[in-house]
Design a protein around this ligand. Structure first.
Ligand SMILES: Cc1cc2nc3c(=O)[nH]c(=O)nc-3n(C[C@H](O)[C@H](O)[C@H](O)COP(=O)(O)O)c2cc1C
Length: 301
């Protein structure tokens, strides 16, 4: 049993009611605050440890070399004709969808603009050449421990299966065929899935971030997950689709279908992709000013 497995079994034995009146979140926050006299970042001072760190972090990207099938996503016409302000103002958590299908081109756009690679770096550290990539969303220490998995209900050319998105090749790796019924068990009832186009699971190989930032790293992976989900929401809207972000999901079911251990790799967020069944009514900033909601002081000079 490795050190982390021992820690986990100890944690499992804690009776949370015994912790009262200290809440677990207050305990976590108090113990993971940065302090100038006690930085939580591991020592990366020596050139050698820097090299080793970058080598290991460039390996933190999840790939499935053994996946039965790799599907390179189309890259032609990789642009979206939608203004950023329109995408932001039209985003909302629509919970009912219209029956529809998504083209593989639109899925390609959704994944590329939300989670794809947009920069590559090369450096020589301690005589070793290293390369690493960055993505369309930020990541603490550029470690990029997040992974995106997708179950398509109605996407052209894709079957009912779990696919992993590999940003380094802008490809989907098919992991295993699975039924809609199994997937339905992963979200809390009430999060209706009729007519959903896909479910997206975001996980973190959290140990990779903790290697650098210790326990504070958990804050970072949650923040990164929010960045990625917001990209998904805005890109979906700009494609005429919508993403319903879900906190109501069952970790254990998801761990089972993704075949992850729930310890070193954890599911953090789930999104349901759909075609909105209606247009949400928007209110303009001018109307808000007119009806007094946002005040009418004039600060112009
Ligand atoms: C972290 C988080 C978890 C959420 N979980 C759920 C959920 O499990 N089920 C659901 O129907 N909506 C969920 N939502 C959507 C919220 O209900 C929605 O964002 C909120 O009502 C505000 O509406 P809006 O997104 O349309 O602005 C979640 C949103 C966030 C940010």
């Amino acid at each position: 049993m490795d050190k982390r497995a021992i820690e986990l079994s100890t944690i499992k034995k804690i009776d949370l009611t015994q912790l009262e009146p200290i809440s677990l979140s207050a305990f976590y926050c108090a113990n993971t605050k940065n302090q100038s006299d006690h930085p939580l970042i591991n020592d990366l001072e020596s050139e050698i440890s820097k090299t080793d760190f970058f080598f290991s972090s460039s390996k933190s990207r999840r790939t499935y070399p053994g996946s039965s099938k790799k599907i390179l996503l189309p890259v032609k016409g990789m642009h979206i004709n939608c203004r950023l302000d329109d995408a932001i103002l039209n985003r909302s958590s629509i919970k009912t969808f219209r029956k529809s299908r998504v083209s593989i081109e639109d899925l390609s756009r959704l994944l590329y603009f939300s989670a794809g690679t947009n920069r590559q770096y090369e450096a020589k550290i301690a005589g070793r050449k290293i390369t690493w990539s960055a993505h369309t969303f930020p990541s603490g220490g550029c470690i990029h421990s997040l992974s995106t998995y997708i179950f398509p209900y109605s996407i052209d050319k894709l079957q009912h299966a779990i696919y992993h998105y590999d940003p380094s090749q802008h490809a989907l790796e098919k992991l295993k065929a699975i039924s809609k019924e199994e997937v339905a068990k992963t979200v809390v009832s009430g999060n209706n899935l009729p007519n959903a186009l896909a479910i997206i699971y975001i996980t973190s190989r959290i140990d990779k971030t903790k290697d650098k930032y210790s326990e504070r790293g958990f804050r970072y992976v949650l923040q990164e997950t929010g960045h990625l989900m917001q990209n998904l929401c805005l890109v979906a809207v700009s494609l005429g689709l919508t993403i319903l972000p879900l906190g109501g999901f069952y970790e254990k079911h998801i761990e089972k279908i993704l075949n992850i251990d729930g310890n070193q790799e954890q599911v953090l967020y789930v999104g349901v992709l759909g075609k909105p069944d209606r247009k949400q009514k928007r209110i303009s900033i001018t109307e808000l000013r007119k009806n007094g909601t946002i005040g009418d002081e004039d600060y112009s000079v």
